[in-house]
Design a protein around this ligand. Structure first.
Ligand code: NAX
Ligand code: K
Length: 480
């Protein structure tokens, strides 16, 4: 299914439910600590391990991991923020399993080691690290963290103050927002989620082909192009046509049967001189677009459309048609003074794909008031009444019904002119073939990220579409 995302608070509730039903909480901690040791030992197999234990459950996992690592013949030293005798509950039971010495945390600063196991605090931390814990966080070195890097708020994905920067993080049951959202994710390194027998339910998932492979569009053996959907992309004026063509070509690569660029009369020549498989149709005003939308499954408007009253009228006309609409860039910005007039027209199967700048123009301070980016996108989707894909290193896609998908399958090289136009085209191309909007957006973000990774350094947006056939072939289990 892809890994579920739960908040630290939801994790506590899930644990409590399982404990209430009779599962022994120390058995669960034992599974957690054992998973920690195995994660560390498998990926960092050599060198002395310095285990830093906090006063609560996170420290408990650390003691169990230390005992297990010693059984695996690892050289281990344990340091604790509090006296062993001050530990209570499961953490005290865990500490009792560690037969070696427990040194005060201060002594860890100078002690020789190769790898640090950071078991100071979990994702529920609510105040900044102080004193020796803060000094250890700032020391650097090779760190493996339990649950989250200590000092990071698992819910908001923000550092509370000084925090550890890990090469790897092992958490339990599902992922926390901090493992995927920035800036927290950049402190986590490689993230594993161990099954410790706590079932979790969530409406938020890490993007993975497993989420949408079942509804991936695929042409039938006896299919023809008209069954694969018609996508139409609205072009800007003569001096700004490239963005629409990037979207259109990506839509064709995504598999839409027919793709048409809708061109203003003055841009026909320049569009015609650059298009081959993509078709071209003239439009002169909003009425023409509304008519054209009757012969389309999906319309894309926004890439270089122009921040003009005409663009606004075009969007309003398209939203009267039965086609699903993808709104990007200028099609969003033209509503910055009257977002409600856009929101009342949008339907649950439409989609907008803003970056943070465009988002803030439409949704104001929502981006700063919601607890994290997943909630930001969720609230925006509810407010706008359509699917919202909020771009970034951590792209969040949310539907009005509360489902959310976080895509981190990407590369910073994608932060370049035109990459968003390609993303819009891919999503619209999948939608044109009948894929539900949320899943089409998740697949679009994933394929886009994978294409970006395959190009790597030096990427320009024109490079992306060439990689789409191999990526789709692999997703369909065919040899490219
Ligand atoms: N039985 C369970 O509940 C399980 C818990 N697990 C582990 O337990 C962790 C959660 O345990 P806890 O809820 O005890 O949380 P923590 O282990 O993060 O410890 C919180 C404790 O630290 C104190 N504290 C908070 N901020 C501090 C600061 N800046 N300086 C000094 N002290 C501070 C708090 O007052 C509280 O006593 C998870 O992260 C996970 O590693 C796992 O073992 C799975 C099972
Ligand atoms: K930790």
């Amino acid at each position: 299914m892809g890994r579920p995302i739960i908040t630290p608070q939801e994790m506590v509730a899930a644990e409590q439910a399982v404990f209430k039903a009779g599962t022994n909480s120390f058995d669960v901690m034992t599974r957690a600590g054992t998973a920690v040791a195995e994660f560390l030992h498998a990926r960092w197999p050599e060198g002395k391990v310095q285990v830093l234990c906090g006063p609560g459950g996170n420290g408990g996992d650390g003691f169990i991991a230390a005992a297990r690592l010693a059984k695996l013949w690892r050289d281990v030293e344990v340091f604790c923020l509090v006296e062993k005798s001050a530990l209570t509950g499961d953490a005290a039971k865990a500490a009792a399993l560690w037969e070696g010495e427990v040194q005060p945390l201060e002594q860890a600063l100078e002690a020789p080691h190769a790898i640090v196991l950071d078991a100071l605090f979990g994702g529920g931390l609510s105040r900044p690290l102080e004193g020796i814990a803060a000094a250890l966080a700032e020391r650097g070195g090779r760190v493996v963290s339990v649950d989250v890097p200590s000092g990071i708020d698992g819910l908001t994905a923000k550092p509370l103050g000084p925090c550890f920067r890990a090469e790897g993080t092992i958490t339990f049951a599902g992922l926390r927002p901090a493992h995927l959202l920035q800036p927290g994710a950049s402190y986590c390194g490689l993230v594993a989620a161990a099954d410790i027998g706590i079932p979790v339910q969530s409406q938020a998932f890490e993007n993975s082909p497993m989420l949408w492979a079942g509804v991936m569009p695929r042409p039938g053996e006896d299919g023809y192009k008209h069954q694969r959907g018609h996508l139409k992309v609205v072009s800007g004026p003569a001096s700004a046509t490239g963005a629409a063509r990037l979207s259109a070509t990506a839509g064709l690569r995504a598999g839409a049967g027919l793709v048409t660029v809708m061109s203003p009369p003055g841009a026909m020549t320049v569009n015609a001189s650059h298009l081959t498989a993509v078709m071209l149709q003239v439009f002169d005003g909003a009425g023409d677009l509304e008519t054209a939308a009757k012969q389309a499954q999906v319309m894309v408007i926004g890439p270089a459309a122009g921040i003009t009253p005409a663009t606004r009228a075009n969007v309003e006309a398209l939203l009267k048609s039965n086609a699903r609409i993808l709104l990007d860039a200028d099609a969003l910005t033209v509503f910055d003074s009257a977002p409600a007039s856009l929101f009342k027209r949008l339907r649950p199967h439409d989609i907008m794909t803003p970056h943070m700048g465009e988002f803030k123009r439409l949704f104001g301070d929502l981006a700063d008031t919601a607890v994290n980016k997943i909630e930001v996108a969720r609230k925006a989707a509810q407010t706008a009444g359509c699917v919202v894909l909020l771009k970034g290193a951590d792209t969040v896609i949310a539907a009005p019904d509360g489902r959310a998908i976080v895509n981190t399958h990407a590369t910073p090289w994608l932060a370049t002119a035109g990459a968003g136009d390609v993303l819009a085209g891919l999503i619209a191309g999948f939608m044109a073939q009948g894929m539900p909007t949320l899943e089409a957006a998740a697949m679009g973000a994933w394929v886009h990220g994978e294409a970006g990774r395959r190009v790597g350094a030096g990427l320009i947006s024109e490079d992306l579409e060439r990689h789409v056939p191999d990526i789709l072939s692999a997703l369909h289990g065919e040899i490219a």
